[in-house]
Ligand binder design. Structure first.
Ligand SMILES: C[S@@+](CC[C@H](N)C(=O)[O-])C[C@H]1O[C@@H](n2cnc3c(N)ncnc32)[C@H](O)[C@@H]1O
Length: 302
């Protein structure tokens, strides 16, 4: 069981790793289309995690939905791996003249959305049967789960207008602290090393720029924004972000630990999980991660 307290409320969630030998735990629900392709569930628990993480990320980015230098005359926006579709909906509200399309393996998006926003169930690792004149293609926290993010970025290149932008945002797995309170022996590092076995592109936040340049994108650049994790910051807004991120981490800790293949799972995985929960609660450890964005443009003569 884990419990995280904050904002006068408590969020309690309990689970057990007893059935952890199963590849996909039976207490979660997964996507039906292209079954087995994506690791994480699409049930209420995962949807709650996604919503909390989105909220925390938006707070730390000051509400900014993107970093690419796109103009107000944006016409067509594509969101790959849209999940709950919150980013697509926010973009639709922000650019009422633009058409926004979100693609995902799971039909978990709401039905009541702005009239300029649409969703489609699709596997972005198969051929894209959509228009080829997008002004902006975005994906957030998707690349690490793809088999070949380079192929998806290549398809994005083919489906962008000349001069159009792609933006790939990913929360980094490299936790750190600005003041040395998070040490090398932190159990969070140990857990992320274990995740390398099940997240095929765990390091995409670092090498996304090179992948874009190899495809032919120009003006490739990056921006990283620090994200506190845990309720340690004194600043109320940063503390809210930290709570959101820690809560999201607690959920993913359970979902992904259970997915580790038998031969990769340490016997003491539950002890490791307990140490991580303790670290997340410990306000003396000033845990930080980053949301890293890579931006690239299709050449005007492309
Ligand atoms: C971690 S969630 C991120 C959701 C959303 N972009 C966000 O930042 O909140 C990853 C999403 O990518 C979707 N996804 C993963 N692989 C996909 C694929 N091959 N084609 C389409 N969607 C995919 C999953 O279904 C999931 O909704």
């Amino acid at each position: 069981m884990f419990m995280i307290m904050g904002e006068g409320r408590s969020m309690v969630h309990s689970f057990s790793l007893v059935d952890a030998q199963l590849n996909k735990p039976t207490w979660h629900k997964y996507h039906g289309y292209q079954q087995g392709k994506y690791l994480l569930p699409n049930d209420d628990i995962e949807q709650g995690r996604e919503a909390i993480q989105y909220d925390g990320t938006q707070l730390v980015m000051g509400g900014a939905l993107y970093h690419s230098p796109i103009g107000p005359s944006l016409r067509k926006v594509l969101d790959i791996g849209t999940g709950l579709g919150t980013w697509a909906i926010d973009m639709g509200d922000h650019f009422p003249e633009a058409k926004v399309l979100g693609l995902d393996l799971s039909p978990i998006q709401p039905s009541y959305v702005p009239s300029n926003v649409d969703f489609q169930v699709d596997d972005v690792e198969l051929d894209w049967v959509i228009d080829s004149d997008w002004d902006f293609i975005h994906m957030r926290n998707v690349a690490r789960f793809l088999k070949k993010p380079s192929e998806v970025l290549e398809r994005a290149f083919q489906h962008l207008q000349p001069g159009g932008w792609v933006e790939m945002q990913d929360v980094s797995m490299d936790y750190y602290s600005d003041d040395g309170t998070l040490t090398d022996d932190c159990p969070i590092h140990e857990w992320f090393r274990l995740m390398h076995t099940i997240w095929p592109n765990y390091d995409i936040a670092k090498r996304g720029g090179q992948v874009m340049e190899d495809i032919g994108y120009v003006n490739v650049h990056s921006k990283a924004v620090g994200l506190p994790v845990g309720p340690w910051p004194k600043d109320p807004e940063q503390r809210t972000v930290g709570l959101r991120m820690a809560t999201a981490f607690l959920v993913i800790l359970e979902t992904c630990s259970a997915l580790l293949p038998q031969d990769q799972r340490p016997a003491d995985i539950e002890v490791l999980s307990a140490r991580i929960r303790e670290t997340l609660r410990n306000n003396k450890i000033h845990k930080m991660t980053k949301i890293c964005a890579w931006m690239g443009q299709k050449p005007l003569d492309g």
